[in-house]
Design a binder for this molecule. Structure first.
Ligand code: TRP
Length: 449
């Protein structure tokens, strides 16, 4: 068998894994969920889940990858032939995410250009709604984003992208910090800062847990095979636990800053009324133009910011497509180009359906969700927790956690060993299961707490 390349040193690995993890999940999805689910209480639940279940799963996946040196599909089969289907389930998640991820990538592309050409109009509350409900225009931007993603995967120019991302990702971090500082210094931001940072326990519900858990897995690309793949390229010389912590911290800091940049601005510019806070997917697009409008040089800063978000979204969409394509090649033994084109056409069709869900098919809903929200709910709130739980069950009971512990101890003592055993066998699967069931029942309106 051909030897797998490994990343040069730990920083190379951490940057690559973090670069793929940081994307629309941090910048677009985290702030709107935090705003919708009570601000500080969502942040608190998110952080608690991240340091407990997030860490356990991140360590487990990287270790499975490094231990088996296989893709997720083959890795689960190698761990246990009977449980190989968990790998299939994990690989299926990116299939669900890809179409709508590219549609939102298209929204970001549109806003990058709108900032340059027509910044004044983007400030109006109706601008975003008019844009997404149109039939043709969102499809054009969506197509542009989808084609770029496909071209990168077909021509394998990942190296160039990786070099670019070493410059652009730090720039994104810097500009996000600067915007957050600008926003929190605004006169009307205080109430928003309080809302975002002070947990209000009366807003806590099962739905909060489920939303935070799904978001955690989505944002850190967990429970979908991605970190197993990265783990298979991770050097045997480096500490898995340390790398896992660094990826998690990086990903969480970006999400936290995105919230700090957007949520206080909702209070400043929209008075923090309930409708504005529960705006959902539109939150970033309706809020940020107002921030840029209020700052000197806002057009240029706005265009630059959306461009950097676009770049982050692109690096993620490329790795989502890559994950699907390599799964197809492994399973069906198909040519790379054929597989990529099939997935691109599939993405085009389903993404178009999602886009129409905001316009001509607005009245079509599934269980009260519009089409994009439904896909998002199924992939993030059902599939991810399910795969996360099953991964713990396979590791905890089928192959036994010793395999993971052994892999980690190759690079020195595993300080959290006892804790890890308890978590992966009992606490994580039981709690994830409880969160999954109660959250779904509540989301469907069956359970009311
Ligand atoms: N984690 C990415 C983000 O925050 C999104 C994502 C989901 C992803 N699945 C992925 C990225 C697979 C890379 C590979 O936006």
């Amino acid at each position: 068998m051909e030897k797998r390349n490994t990343f040069n040193g730990k920083i190379g690995f951490v940057l690559a894994a973090a670069g793929s993890a940081v994307g629309l999940g941090n910048l677009w999805r985290f702030p709107y969920l935090a705003a919708k689910y009570g601000g500080g209480i969502f942040l608190l639940v998110y952080i608690i889940l991240a340091v407990t279940f997030g860490t356990v799963l991140m360590i487990t996946e990287i270790a499975i990858g490094r231990r088996t040196q296989l893709s997720p599909l083959a890795a689960f089969k190698a761990l246990s032939p009977k449980w190989g289907w968990v790998g299939k389930l994990a690989t299926f998640v990116p299939v669900l995410i890809f179409p709508y991820y590219c549609l939102i990538g298209g929204w970001v592309t549109k806003y990058t250009f709108a900032m340059l050409t027509d910044a004044e109009s983007t400030v109006a509350d109706s601008y975003f709604g008019n844009y997404v409900s149109a039939t043709g225009e969102p499809l054009i931007w969506f197509l542009i984003f989808l084609i770029i993603t496909t071209l990168v995967v077909v021509f394998g120019v990942n190296n160039g992208i990786e070099k670019l991302s070493k410059v652009l990702m730090p720039l994104l971090l810097i500009i996000t910090v600067a915007l957050a500082v600008f926003v929190i210094l605004r006169p009307g931001a205080k109430a928003g800062i309080r809302y975002y940072l002070m947990p209000n326990f009366s807003q806590l519900s099962f739905k909060t847990f489920l939303a935070a858990l799904g978001q955690l897995f989505y944002s850190m690309s967990l429970a979908m095979g991605i970190m197993i793949t990265y783990g298979s390229y991770f050097s045997k010389e480096e500490k898995i636990t340390k790398a896992a912590h660094q990826i998690e911290i990086f990903d969480t800091v970006i999400a936290f800053l995105a919230g700090l940049m957007i949520i206080p601005a909702v209070f400043e510019f929209s008075g923090g009324d309930k409708d504005a806070l529960s705006a959902g997917p539109s939150l970033m697009f309706v809020t940020l133009p107002k921030v840029f409008n209020a700052m000197p040089g806002g057009r240029i800063i706005g265009a630059l910011f959306f461009f950097l978000v676009l770049f982050a979204a692109l690096t993620s969409s490329v790795s989502i497509l890559e994950a699907i394509v390599s799964g197809i090649i492994d399973t069906f033994n198909m040519k790379r180009l054929t597989a990529t084109l099939i997935v691109a056409v599939y993405g085009l069709i389903l993404g178009t359906v999602c886009s129409f869900g905001f316009g001509i098919w607005k009245d079509f809903t599934i269980l009260g969700f519009d089409i994009l929200d439904f896909l998002d709910f199924v992939s993030n709130s059902i599939m991810l927790p399910l795969v996360g739980m099953l991964t713990c069950v396979v590791v905890g009971f089928v192959v036994k956690p010793d395999i993971i512990v052994f892999e980690i101890e190759l690079n020195g003592p595993f300080k959290m060993k006892r804790y890890y055993y308890t978590m992966v066998k009992w606490i994580a699967p039981v709690f994830i299961f409880a969160i999954l069931i109660s959250g779904i029942l509540q989301s469907l309106g069956i359970l009311k707490i």
